[in-house]
Design a protein around this ligand. Sequence first.
Ligand SMILES: Cc1cc2nc3c(=O)[nH]c(=O)nc-3n(C[C@H](O)[C@H](O)[C@H](O)COP(=O)(O)OP(=O)(O)OC[C@H]3O[C@@H](n4cnc5c(N)ncnc54)[C@H](O)[C@@H]3O)c2cc1C
Length: 261
Amino acid sequence: MSLRIVVCVKYVPDATGDRHFAEDLTTDRESVDGLLSELDEYAVEQALQISEESDDAEITVLTVGPEDAKDALRKALSMGADKAVHVEDDDLHGTDVLGTSAVLAKAIEKTGYDLVVCGMASTDGTMGVLPAILAERLGVPQVTLLSEVSVTDGKVNGRRDGDTATEQLEASLPALISVTDQSGEARYPSFKGIMAAKKKPVESLDLDDLDIEADEVGLGGAWTKVDDATARPPRTAGTVVKDEGEGGKQLAEYLAGQKFI
Ligand SMILES: Cc1cc2nc3c(=O)[nH]c(=O)nc-3n(C[C@H](O)[C@H](O)[C@H](O)COP(=O)(O)OP(=O)(O)OC[C@H]3O[C@@H](n4cnc5c(N)ncnc54)[C@H](O)[C@@H]3O)c2cc1C
């Protein structure tokens, strides 16, 4: 039977642009360009490598996000994923990690899966907790923060490099993994891949399709809230310490004055 892989990918504001909060203190996604989160490219890459090692695998990329999030799905499809699912609904605006994980879980169950692959964190929210919550919601083992992954004989194996130890982990499928930015460079889409992606299926789902009530998600259903946000002050000109024999001392005094040391 085919190995069904679902990769969760997030459409995020381009980190090189000028990012803001909107008036309701959610991330302003309207006025900035977005893209497939770089950290999720690693997840797509690992799914592609698992698929290439398998006799019969199918990769679905899944996102919960606004209309433009289709761009992230197209990029993943052009890298080589087979099909995409886009959960989009006006009532999702302001959904926090608990709501997002609930929506993803329903969409994954509807799609069918043996292995769910996530990135280590998104590059906007950077909570890094969604994979763990999602595994709990799906009721499957979670093997997170892997830098090396393989799937054999109905099991997923991986290496997790911690600060003090390296662990070799294994779980029976169905399971969820997350992969780090140390798992291997993500491939660039080829011209052929970009052309092929235009014809690959993208299924759109809304909250009704997933039997989710509007009040379970959105700002109203969120368990977390941004109370306040202050814009970062503009950059000031740096302090230049000229070394005329006393440079080291002056530098130490400057750092001490700033309470860095
Ligand atoms: C108070 C609050 C308000 C928010 N309002 C909005 C909003 O208005 N609009 C909005 O788009 N987001 C909003 N978000 C963020 C959004 O819901 C996040 O996707 C969610 O909180 C996950 O957290 P994270 O991005 O830090 O994920 P992490 O836990 O850092 O992500 C880890 C991995 O989970 C997967 N993942 C995360 N998010 C998604 C996703 N959306 N689709 C598919 N895979 C995903 C990816 O594989 C990613 O690498 C809000 C969050 C909070 C806390």
